[in-house]
Design a protein around this ligand. Sequence first.
Ligand SMILES: Cc1cc2nc3c(=O)[nH]c(=O)nc-3n(C[C@H](O)[C@H](O)[C@H](O)COP(=O)(O)OP(=O)(O)OC[C@H]3O[C@@H](n4cnc5c(N)ncnc54)[C@H](O)[C@@H]3O)c2cc1C
Length: 353
Amino acid sequence: MRECFHTIIVGSGLAGAFSALTLSRSRHVLLLEAQERPSGASQVAAGIVNPFAGLRSRPMWRGLEALESLNALVKEAGAEHTYNRCGVLRPCADEDQAEAMRDIAHRYPRFARWIADVAAEEAFAGVTAPDGALQLNSGGIVDTPAFINAVLAAAEDRGATLKTGAVVTSWKATTSQVTVWTRSGESFAAQHVLLCTGSRYPAFEALRTLHLHCTKGQVVRTVRPPGCTLAMPVTGRGYIVPVKNGLLVGTTYERGYASEAPTATASRYILRQASAMMPGLQQAQVVAAAAGVRVGVPGTRLPMVGPISERAWIFTGLGSKGLLLGAVIAQLLPSWLSSPDTIPPELRVRWSN
Ligand SMILES: Cc1cc2nc3c(=O)[nH]c(=O)nc-3n(C[C@H](O)[C@H](O)[C@H](O)COP(=O)(O)OP(=O)(O)OC[C@H]3O[C@@H](n4cnc5c(N)ncnc54)[C@H](O)[C@@H]3O)c2cc1C
């Protein structure tokens, strides 16, 4: 008799990999990935973990819970080596922003510190912030591809099956199960299918009218400018992330893009923007560029998770905060799958009119 899984997960980016880890604690999971290894936006992510969001660095939705969830998943996957908890630096662009950031430092002294003179601090050599900066001591940098590999390995150790090169093309539900088909003609049965396909959701007619939008983002890898000893990510006008042998600099937010490939124009724009925070950057030698597509939910700017039909679920809309939002949702997913009514209303599936 054919093996029947509890859940088939489609896609092994952050959403799919995190779900495989949390669901495989108590369920028989099959994960189908179209490429030979995890792909999509998750392979391009700069890896910044920052529970404070936006121009004014406000605490993000369930930010501290998300931070704890991420820490728990890192531990569960044995992936401490992929997470550098170095904090994040947020230089201010003007006095207005500085006032908001000072307020954040005052309200959240456990998490944030106001720095009036960034140039005086050795850890930020090369960074300029004439209006001051906020130093966030929670969060840091995750080597996202390495983390995903560790998460998938931990899920497999626990009995999850991972099948790569398996492009899912359709599914069909009956009262007792759902059958999922791949492009090569294979089929698999389960109680649920969880679609974590990132920006590829329009490939499925049933998902085309979901209330989602796609935004292309590019990052540029450069060598370090002379004298740059930066030890933590800097975010403001774009971001600068210290990585092995260089810097990762981002990003663009493009809607209506003609191609998903990186462009030289976007690379120039990224370096021009970020050089307001690190003047030496505009001349830095570019080593590589990469682009990916983020999926967001217009209006809520929160993830979307829940059933789209009786046995098919979607988990998407992680936007620019895939690591934190992905972790907090994945931790809650096992209980939501059993009791869909407990999914918070702000995350439920929405359709475009
Ligand atoms: C430039 C850029 C920088 C970013 N930086 C950060 C950052 O610093 N910090 C942060 O937290 N977030 C960051 N993000 C956001 C983060 O990358 C995304 O939120 C997250 O990766 C989305 O994960 P996902 O699993 O939903 O989708 P994806 O990562 O796109 O994964 C989807 C997966 O599904 C597979 N798939 C698709 N269709 C099928 C199919 N039919 N059958 C089988 N498999 C399929 C794909 O191959 C892919 O592996 C960044 C994003 C971009 C673009």
